[in-house]
Design a protein around this ligand. Structure first.
Ligand SMILES: [Zn+2]
Length: 284
């Protein structure tokens, strides 16, 4: 029996080939003097860190909002008010009296004109202006006061529920409740309960018995600054100005209105809006 069926290992062709390879390799390195180059890892290149310094912009200063409102129109000053507001291109709110719209052809036509103008927002100043200035009688009876505002809204087909109470600085919104004369409180509450939002004013541009303005445009600017600085407005950073339509039929006083609006617009810290955008008024 052959004890090694695979034959002698040293006789195989594979073994012989390996032996020859080792021999030739040794001879090559011996003759060339070359040595195997040891593995050398690549030198790491340091990362370049580019730092870009972005300067944070200072936060934009919040603007203060001014709501310019005119009561008692349509009246003899409406045409001038419209001309001046159109030149100034700022939004204003007109609190109109229902009776005045039907007072004359001029009043009807100027009312139509401002109603169609996107710079003017129309709101409700009652139908009869407290039974033609009978304030005590008007505010003693909540039901008839509510009916008077509803009559104005219906007859003019007003889409707003925003009102200004004649002769009284009353606030009734979702966030304000103030009454200047206590005896008017029941009527003010009743108006609010019937869905009306009453907007008073923070600053009035007064007029005297000759129907002339009391403050100059500069005086008004100073009063605005003081009211904001002393936080005397109904809502911080919001200021409602009451002006009266009829006063601006006078050319000097309409010039004052023009100057006032120019000066207001030069202030970067102010923006202007309709009274429907006042906080707490909500959707009509
Ligand atoms: Zn009025």
């Amino acid at each position: 029996m052959d004890p090694d069926p695979g034959g002698n290992l040293y006789d195989t062709a594979t073994f012989k080939a390996c032996l020859l390879t080792v021999a030739f390799s040794s001879l090559y390195f011996y003759k060339t003097g070359k040595q195997e180059i040891p593995f050398k890892p690549p030198t790491p290149v340091p990362d370049t860190v580019v730092v870009t310094v972005i300067k944070a912009k200072p936060p934009a200063k919040k603007k203060k909002t001014i709501y310019l409102t005119f009561d008692d129109g349509p009246n003899k000053g409406t045409r001038n008010v419209k001309r001046i507001i159109t030149a100034g291109q700022l939004p204003v709110t007109l609190f109109v009296i229902g009776e005045h719209v039907y007072g004359s052809n001029y009043q009807s036509s100027i009312y139509d004109s401002v109603s169609r103008d996107t710079l003017f927002e129309i709101a409700n100043h009652s139908f009869t202006h407290a039974f033609e200035n009978k304030y005590r009688q008007f505010y003693e009876n909540p039901d008839s006061a509510v009916k008077d505002f509803a009559r104005c809204a219906d007859s003019l087909n007003l889409r707003t529920n925003i009102i200004r109470t004649p002769g009284r600085n009353i606030w009734r919104t979702d966030s304000s409740r103030k009454t200047d004369i206590k005896s008017s409180e029941a009527t003010a509450d009743s108006l609010y309960a019937h869905g009306f939002k009453a907007i008073g004013w923070d600053l009035e541009w007064h007029f005297n018995t000759d129907q002339r303005l009391v403050q100059s445009a500069d005086d008004m600017l100073k009063e605005i600054d003081l009211a904001f600085a002393n936080r005397q407005t109904n809502m911080p950073d919001h200021l409602v100005i009451l002006a009266h339509d009829q006063i601006y039929s006078n050319s000097d006083d309409s010039c004052s209105l023009h100057t006032f609006i120019d000066q207001l617009k030069q202030r970067d810290s102010f923006e202007f809006n309709f009274i429907s955008q006042y906080p707490g008024v909500g959707k009509p």
